[in-house]
Design a protein around this ligand. Structure first.
Ligand SMILES: O=C(O)C(=O)C[C@]1(C(=O)O)C=C[C@@H](O)C=C1
Length: 287
């Protein structure tokens, strides 16, 4: 089986996907989140894996927006992985790394280390890459540039970089949620590597009827009186005009035949739009 992921080799997504699928599948890297998703639609890969949310920096908006507006794929599994960010340079620079002028990485990785960068490297500028792995690969090929990269240990090994500061993320409990995407909402991912299971989630996107007072309250009460536990609610622009927002809601439960369909029917009766993004098992990977 072919599995796509946000590459190149040695991104955090690569680490998560390799831990979940083991050596039984062929892992295919893609340069961006949208191209990783397109790969499933074009049937180049069977499933694809992209980051969705980080504990320090919040949602990966590109993934959310593509799931909501652009791709017909469903979330069929979730992987929660610990994230350890390290600062690394080309080995030619390891003895004078304090001279670096720029830090290059994925925007989420830079955001997870802002306090460290502010305190220890206040003079540097930042440049954003499509992934931490892409940034690491770039400096391995451009030794003359006075650049450091934020990436993981595997990237340092893969691209032969020298780690100058370990664990530079600003808060300890740093985890990222990655999602597995497939065109069939009922596809069941197999936990062959026996990762710790964290139960099930169901994700819905809800749009409110326009300009009606109290409609978000009514949405919340449709879940509340059924005792459906929401583990997340987040708003994103609908992209139809200023002030128009939709809500992404995670429910801590597998899609059933009564409670969640009942809540959806109630929301629709209130005039809300409801899009189902998936009902899926969640797994924890260790570092
Ligand atoms: O750049 C990578 O290595 C990724 O897998 C992307 C990503 C993200 O989008 O949040 C994944 C985990 C980390 O939080 C930092 C970056």
């Amino acid at each position: 089986m072919k599995v796509g992921y946000l590459g190149p080799r040695a991104t955090f997504t690569h680490l998560a996907v390799a831990k979940f699928f083991g050596s039984n599948v062929e892992l295919i890297p893609y340069a961006t989140i949208p191209s990783s998703m397109d790969a499933v639609e074009k049937e180049e890969v069977y499933v694809t894996v992209v980051p969705l949310e980080n504990a320090l920096e919040g949602s990966v908006n590109l993934t959310l927006d593509y799931l909501i507006h652009e791709t017909p794929l469903y979330i069929v599994g979730e992987l929660i992985a610990p994230i350890e960010q390290h600062l690394m340079v080309h080995p030619d620079r390891k003895d004078h790394w304090g001279e670096i002028e720029k830090v290059y990485s994925h925007p989420h990785a830079i955001a997870q280390c802002h306090k460290f960068l502010h305190q220890h490297l206040p003079h540097v500028t930042y440049e954003y890459a499509t992934s931490t792995g892409a940034a690491a690969k770039y400096i391995s090929e451009h030794p003359s540039e006075k650049v450091a990269v934020i990436a993981n240990e595997l990237a340092a090994k893969e691209y032969q970089l020298h780690i100058v500061k370990r664990n530079i993320h600003d808060y300890q409990h740093n985890h990222t949620r990655f999602v597995m995407l497939h065109p069939n909402k009922d596809y069941e991912v197999k936990n062959n590597e026996r990762l710790q299971s964290l139960g099930y989630k169901t994700t819905l996107v809800v749009t409110l009827p326009s300009n009606r007072a109290g409609s978000l309250h009514q949405v919340l009460s449709a879940f509340a009186w059924r005792k459906l536990n929401m583990s997340k609610i987040e708003s994103r622009p609908m992209k139809t005009g200023l002030g128009n927002y939709l809500f992404i809601i995670d429910i801590d439960m597998k899609m059933d035949e009564v409670l969640i369909p009942g809540a959806i029917a109630e929301l629709e009766a209130l005039g809300c739009g409801v899009k189902f993004l998936g009902s899926y098992p969640s797994f924890q990977t260790s570092s």
